[in-house]
Design a protein around this ligand. Sequence first.
Ligand SMILES: NC(=O)c1ccc[n+]([C@@H]2O[C@H](COP(=O)([O-])OP(=O)(O)OC[C@H]3O[C@@H](n4cnc5c(N)ncnc54)[C@H](O)[C@@H]3O)[C@@H](O)[C@H]2O)c1
Length: 380
Amino acid sequence: MPLVIAVPRELAEGEMRVATVPEVVQKLVKAGHEVRIEHEAGANAYYPDVLFTAAGATIVPNRAGLFKGAKVMLTVQPPTPADIDQLDEGTIVIGFMNPARNLETVRLMRDRRVTAFALELVPRITRAQGMDALSSQATAGGYAATILGAAHCPKFLPMLTTAAGTIRPATVLILGAGVAGLMAIATARRLGAIVEAYDVRRAAGEQVRSLGAKFLELEINAEGQGGYARELNPEEKVQEQQMVSAAVARADIVITTAAIPGRRAPLLITKETVATMRPGAVIIDLAAESGGNCELTQAGKTATEHGVTIIGPLNLPAHVAFHASQMYAKNLQQFLALLIDEEGSPVREFSDEILAASLMVHAGEIRHAPTRDLVEGGIL
Ligand SMILES: NC(=O)c1ccc[n+]([C@@H]2O[C@H](COP(=O)([O-])OP(=O)(O)OC[C@H]3O[C@@H](n4cnc5c(N)ncnc54)[C@H](O)[C@@H]3O)[C@@H](O)[C@H]2O)c1
């Protein structure tokens, strides 16, 4: 019996991506699996049904038909309550689960006894790099942030020497030089801007400099566990604010990506600092969803204050949906390679370190302890 893999059309507002692409479908079909794609699932990312059919998938007109008998569901956003209701017990759902914001979804999956893997829980170890969807989508988001900033900036980014005079290059400042920040730096450099960047982790300095950007350094090194940042103490925050404010005031485009896992995003740009910026300057706040790095950011909105445009995009990877989907689909393909055994069935024990860490719900239990505490502590 072939393993039935179902891929629905994403329903979340503004979601343009799709969880698989024809190139990956072809490989899954070749490996003996049956791939079902909901009608127009890839349309917003410019993968039309005909390409999925040519790759060997079956196009299914509705969700009921899609899920019937499916063993695996691949998704970008967490499944909806109606979807969970239609899944057979034991179906394996793989995708972003954003558990802290979707406790009710987690509870429904537990009660339905489906198995759910959350891609944001895949450990960031070398062996898991190919399945690291947080990184692939942060890459897409970092690229899109610079393009969005350039599109809103009234200046050229590169230096130009023309008959109509010489144009000085624009200055782009990146706050937070993780995966998204580094991609934003690389993109701004390719566009010819002068780029400055800051991160609390001193280790980021070498990567920033290797991309041709200037690294702004404090005396502090706030590298915490597992390569992530730790929260700064109050004194350190004052030093940081002063240095960041001066850099923000001289920038034409500021892209902020600073995040601390599980916490509100650090506040790096106050409204007073925005008032010191040049009119026409642009802030793209990638941390908008987790509270924003700029005090004036409104999630999902564009605001103008003192002539400064402040954009708080919610789903930047969806702006480059074609390639973001392609990268995501490859992440899932690698994840499936770990999950499915040589006979083409899901492994019985999720003992592999990567599977065990990303297992969110299984056999009527919430396996991810922090989420279990939130769901069961809240008596959902
Ligand atoms: N497989 C792997 O080994 C692997 C894969 C991906 C990322 N990583 C590493 O994980 C780390 C985090 O990556 P991420 O992009 O997911 O991070 P993230 O999205 O959690 O945070 C983005 C950046 O914000 C920075 N930051 C936090 N507070 C800040 C502040 N007050 N001011 C300035 N910057 C601040 C963080 O240091 C980080 O670089 C990086 O070291 C990255 O290289 C490793």
